[in-house]
Write a protein that binds this ligand. Structure first.
Ligand SMILES: Cc1ncc(COP(=O)(O)O)c(C=O)c1O
Length: 339
């Protein structure tokens, strides 16, 4: 199922490399996949949606945070394919409906998605909301497909590694590391699967932007699931999954000065915008690791830009405050947390 505009560019961030004085940094522009506002989930959805259609599904069920890029991508893909979609989102309270619509929530609204909004405790309430949605859809005679649990979650990025290697070969560059933001782990599982299936020595480093139990185990499970589907001889355990948990800061979607400064640095050196929740946090981690001497100068790093830039605008307050040297009015987004 073709949803993305591929290949996305791979380009050398020479000014950023020079600024950091360490290894060569390349950026894989998966923020430019072309569906909705672009992002990593487009590649992933090409296979998930293909499976959903093959199984005769007529409605896709998906859920995540209030400002979810995943939901933007899922709803956009459903609109493109003429499928129904049912969304559940996590916010500060049940039924949250603010005066101002912004960022991804505004996009979800424009896309016309039906949404169920649940408050804390998110995990438990989201699981119940999903179950209820699926039950209701089935009772109407519909065939729902749970996008977040698709066995095809890792295939998009396994394929993405093939694309990346082709581009790196054309540039005459041997990739040593891929660094990216780790959330649900779908992206990292595909990157590991592709890197191993193609016999590379690339180390995939996921910088965790959300807390969660056994993230390594979950990624390993998705890798092995994908390997079976592709019929390739790859099998990994949690020890083969490199997730760095040091840059989570105040928690999911919570920003701090390092994240905002990382966004500023990449904008000012490369003219590229990162987002405050995923890519800004992952870049803050990469910058810190480079400055800390974690990589050799002759190594090559690909930073995977996974998108998310629609979320820059709802974060205008802390971005403005921090860049002006003022005390931030908030760092924990009010649509998720009460300070
Ligand atoms: C912009 C962006 N980057 C990275 C991620 C993390 O990807 P994954 O959930 O596959 O770990 C997400 C997840 O929604 C995202 O929206």
């Amino acid at each position: 199922m073709r949803l993305a505009h591929l290949p996305t560019p791979l380009y050398e961030a020479k000014n950023l490399t020079k600024e950091l004085g360490g290894p060569r940094i390349f950026v894989k522009r998966d923020d430019l996949t072309g569906l909705g506002f672009g992002g990593n989930k487009t590649r992933i959805l090409e296979f998930i949606m293909g499976d959903a259609l093959a199984k005769g599904a007529d409605v896709i069920v998906a859920g995540a945070g209030w400002q979810s890029n995943w939901c933007t991508q899922v709803i956009s893909a459903c609109r493109r394919l003429g499928l129904d979609v049912a969304i559940y989102k996590q916010a500060v309270e049940d039924g949250y409906d603010p005066k101002d619509y912004d960022g991804n929530h505004l996009l979800h609204f424009i896309l016309g998605a039906e949404m169920v909004v649940v408050g804390h405790p998110w995990r438990e309430k989201a699981a119940k909301a999903k179950e209820k949605l699926i039950e209701e859809l089935r009772s109407k005679g519909m065939k729902p497909y749970d996008a977040g649990e698709s066995p095809y979650r890792s295939i998009g990025y396994a394929n993405g590694v093939l694309e990346l290697l082709t581009q790196a070969n054309e540039l005459g560059v041997k990739i040593d590391y891929i660094v990216h933001a780790n959330g649900s782990g779908m992206t990292q599982s595909g990157l590991i699967l592709g890197s191993k299936a193609l016999n590379t020595n690339i180390e995939v480093i996921g910088i965790s932007i959300s807390p969660g139990e056994d993230k390594e185990g979950r990624v390993a499970k998705m890798v092995n699931e994908g390997a079976k589907l592709l019929d390739v001889d790859v099998s990994v355990g949690e020890k083969d999954v490199n997730i760095i948990h040091d840059y989570l800061g105040g928690g999911y979607a919570v920003v701090d000065e390092d994240v905002i400064r990382a966004i500023e640095l990449v904008a000012k050196t490369e003219g590229i915008f990162l987002d405050p929740v995923y890519t800004g946090k992952a870049m803050a981690g990469l910058i810190d690791m480079v400055r800390d001497g974690k990589f050799d100068k002759d190594e090559n790093i690909v930073f995977l830009h996974t998108g998310g830039t629609a979320a820059l605008f709802p974060y205008r307050e802390p971005i403005k405050n921090i860049l002006k040297g003022e005390k931030p009015t908030w760092l924990k987004p009010p649509w998720y947390y009460r300070e």
